[in-house]
Design a binder for this molecule. Structure first.
Ligand code: PXG
Length: 467
């Protein structure tokens, strides 16, 4: 089938898009000047744009298309569910088969006694749920003053007012009067930028102990929870030092606070285990899930809670005055269930853990030899490189953020979606990427880095700055 035959000319679509579409996380003036890149179809790890160009999707959409594009089984399940029961709600003491099966399957897959899920449409609203959930939990236990949630700088927990407040993105807080009260932020475990002369292991302990200091500063009686991504994704794939999570877990165990693991990116195989918690030895009370839950084929997310948390809701909590029209949407639930079947039966997570993940890690680590690269790091199928004008000093560029977009544009020209976060380049390809496709990805990345170095040198951008 020729997908292009269904579409008007690219320029015409771009013009209509520019006239009527307000895009997320986009400088509208800049976009309208050059026109949106229009993706019309996709298969496996390859995207096809409206000009018929093939592009390797190094970002799995937005970190979500874990099983890859073009799985007809999910389309068939969606069509069947729409014919049978396109919509019903889960409010007011009702339920339906698709959501019941999905809730059971999530309980089986998640570690420990995370056995009960509150459903949302994505990660942002799941984290907004978490804010209300942990506060209601403590209030139900007679401790209504335990309200403050500790998070981290440069964290990403979503874009709704609550979840954007939980996040630690200064550019987001600068718009719309965020964060809301009752959220505090500690430093991220970002050794490359902040570790100075300490070893990564030493710095991991320093970063973790900031949580203990913050609990003491706020008063334990006022703290409800700590929330963190096992590996920060949108912040630039910040892989924590090996000492970080064990120390965080010790601190959470020693204090009366809930631990929320935001697994929206790290869940469903991304780090080589079903959940990042398993890779990093974390025992959360609540887990945020979305993205890979349905591989992005339908919008669905949730907050998975432990028996300890669930018990309070079941016993003393009364009515939880919270819910979304589409909480546990039947079509999304059925599609998610089919996605989990494929992840499981095709051993996709095991393959990432034992074969393609280690292979990517090895190939990616080789990028550290490039003159522009100060560090290459990865965790399963998520990886980052730090670009620098001075490798030994781990120096930033004199004009931070000037090199990333140049590299990103070369990548696109070379047929690779690789995202920039400042001057870091990051990838998170579909989990089904093969060794051969990983080789193609690395080849395109190296070519793009060579071109970026040449362009940056020519434009006089290779000057170190200070942090
Ligand atoms: N938590 C985490 C850890 C996330 O990465 C959310 C919550 C919010 O999920 P929803 O489904 O509401 O978007 C996310 C989303 C990027 C990028 O460019 C990252 C996300 C979303 C969009 C872009 O890195 N993460």
């Amino acid at each position: 089938m020729d997908h292009l035959s269904n579409h008007p000319e690219t320029a015409e679509m771009q013009e209509t898009d520019a006239a009527h579409h307000l895009h997320p996380f986009t400088d509208t003036a800049a976009l309208n000047e050059k026109g949106a890149r229009i993706i019309t179809s996709a298969k496996g790890v390859m995207l096809r744009d409206s000009d018929g160009r093939q592009v390797l999707d190094g970002m799995a959409g937005l970190w979500c298309v874990n099983i890859g594009y073009g799985r007809n089984e999910l389309a068939d399940v969606a069509a069947r569910q729409m014919r049978e029961l396109p919509y019903y709600n889960t409010f007011f003491q009702t339920s339906h088969p698709a959501v019941i099966k999905l809730a059971e399957r999530i309980a089986q897959l998640t570690p420990g006694d995370l056995n009960r899920t509150f459903f949302s449409c994505g990660g942002s609203d799941a984290n907004d749920t978490n804010i209300r959930l942990v506060r209601h939990y403590w209030a139900s236990l007679g401790k209504p003053e335990k309200t403050v949630i500790i998070s981290r700088t440069n964290a990403y927990h979503g874009s709704a007012i609550g979840s954007a407040s939980l996040g630690g993105m200064s550019a987001m807080h600068a718009q719309g009067g965020l964060p809301i009260p009752g959220i505090s932020h500690i430093a991220q475990p970002y050794w490359y930028a902040d570790g100075g002369d300490l070893s990564p292991e030493e710095y991991g302990l320093v970063a973790a102990r900031a949580l203990e200091a913050e609990i003491e500063r706020l008063g334990e009686a006022n703290v409800a929870a700590f929330i963190a991504e096992p590996v920060q994704g949108a912040g630039g794939v910040i892989v924590p030092p090996s000492t970080y999570w064990p120390e965080i877990q010790r601190i959470c165990d020693a204090h009366e606070i809930l631990l929320i693991a935001d697994e929206v990116i790290t869940g469903f195989g991304r780090t080589g285990n079903w959940f990042g918690c398993q890779t990093y030895g974390i025992r959360p009370d609540i887990m945020t899930i979305a993205k890979g839950l349905s591989s992005g084929y339908q919008p669905i997310g949730g907050s998975v809670v432990s028996e300890k948390v669930a018990a309070v809701f079941a016993q003393t909590g009364g009515e939880f005055a919270h819910g979304y029209t589409y909480s546990g949407h039947p079509v999304a639930a059925a599609v998610a269930l089919e996605n989990l079947r494929i992840l499981d039966e095709e051993h996709i997570v095991e393959t990432v853990g034992a074969d393609t993940g280690p292979y990517l890690e090895q190939r990616w680590a080789g990028l550290a030899d490039h003159p522009l690269v100060g560090q290459a790091r990865s965790s399963g199928m998520m990886a980052a490189i730090e670009m620098t004008p001075d490798k030994s000093a781990r120096a930033p560029f004199e004009t931070p953020g000037s090199i990333g977009p140049i590299c990103r544009d070369f990548c696109i020209e070379n047929g690779l979606v690789m995202r920039h976060v400042g001057d870091k380049m990051i990838i998170a390809p579909p989990l089904v990427i093969s060794r051969d496709e990983i080789d193609q990805l690395i080849e395109k990345a190296v070519k793009s880095l060579d071109q970026t170095l040449a362009a940056a040198t020519e434009q006089g951008l290779m000057k170190p700055g200070t942090r």
